[in-house]
Design a protein around this ligand. Structure first.
Ligand SMILES: [Zn+2]
Ligand SMILES: [Zn+2]
Length: 302
């Protein structure tokens, strides 16, 4: 072991003990606070919180965590960043299914942009889906830690899912993986029906794949959807008194279908997307890197 930490196998094997997991949890509960920063917990306080009588046993397990998960200073003990990540994963329920939340289909209040039937939402394991069960159009697929959805009303759940989706895709369209912070690569593909059926790409002339170059995190999306995160679109909505960031994407036909996307070229890919709002239309040119190369506002054609 070095101060820099452990290899992957050691880092995991060190957690295979109830007392060590309890130490991480108690240090997290007690020391992580925006008011106090990350203060230390004294040895006696930590031992009492973990509730282990046997000092030898407690010492043994605490020492195992030192270096990678736990730091020791003059004032006591605190979590290091890997310990913090572990603590947050534990309390988010990411490593367990302790929330065991089951959310049956419920209406979102939006009609399907494909067939007009109600768009519904449900939770499948930790994957939250927003889709039309009549025609199979899929509008959102996003992993949400179940703890974020417990005790929420359906309306609150939709807002949580919308916010989660924005956080993840805002990062990915900006080129950074929200899970590991590595670079995200962009690919544009012709919509030839080759994708797994539950992704919202089947009717599209073209779709984009955002793929992390490190951890394999990925997302499919209609090309027009990058505009949800672009300053030109956000400003266009703002100029009309509307906060684009507050609107769930499944409500925005231009963002979840290619109904207002025109393919201008395939080698390289070039697109023109029209975003209608009130009496205006934002017209955006998008290239094969999903960069927005030009925008203009036009009056809506009557
Ligand atoms: Zn439908
Ligand atoms: Zn990643």
């Amino acid at each position: 072991m070095s101060d820099e930490g452990f290899d992957h196998e050691t880092a995991f094997s060190l957690l295979a003990d109830e007392t060590r997991v309890r130490i991480v949890e108690e240090l997290g509960h007690a020391t992580v606070s925006p008011d106090a920063g990350i203060p230390h917990l004294t040895y006696a306080d930590l031992k009492s919180r973990v509730d282990v009588r046997d000092s030898g046993r407690f010492n043994y397990h605490l020492t195992k965590l030192l270096g990678n998960y736990v730091a020791k200073g003059d004032a006591g003990y605190r979590l290091r960043w890997p310990g913090m990540v572990l603590y947050r994963a534990l309390v988010a329920g990411l490593l367990t299914s302790d929330a065991d939340l089951s959310i049956d289909r419920f209406p979102t209040g939006t009609d399907c942009h494909r067939c007009g039937d109600p768009v519904e939402a449900h939770l499948y394991e930790t994957l939250f889906r927003v889709r039309c069960w009549s025609c199979d159009a899929n509008y959102a697929d996003i992993y949400v830690p179940a703890q974020g959805l417990v005790d929420e009303t359906p309306k609150e759940r939709l807002r949580t899912v919308h916010r989660r989706s924005r956080t993840v895709l805002d990062a990915m369209t900006a080129g950074q993986c929200p899970w590991c912070a590595n670079a995200v690569a962009v690919e544009v593909h012709a919509g030839d029906g080759s994708l797994p059926s539950l992704h919202d790409t089947r009717d599209l002339d073209a779709y984009a794949i955002l793929r992390c170059t490190n951890c394999t995190g990925f997302h499919y999306l209609p090309v027009s959807q990058v505009l949800l995160y672009h300053p030109a679109t956000i400003a266009f909505y703002h100029d009309h008194g509307v906060d684009l960031s507050a609107i769930p994407k499944w409500e925005l036909r231009w963002a979840v279908t290619d109904a207002t996307t025109e393919v201008r070229g395939t080698d390289p890919w070039r697109f023109t997307v029209r975003v209608p709002l009130d009496d205006d239309v934002l017209v955006a040119e998008i290239d094969d890197d999903l960069d927005v190369t030009a925008t203009r506002v036009e009056e809506k054609r009557r």
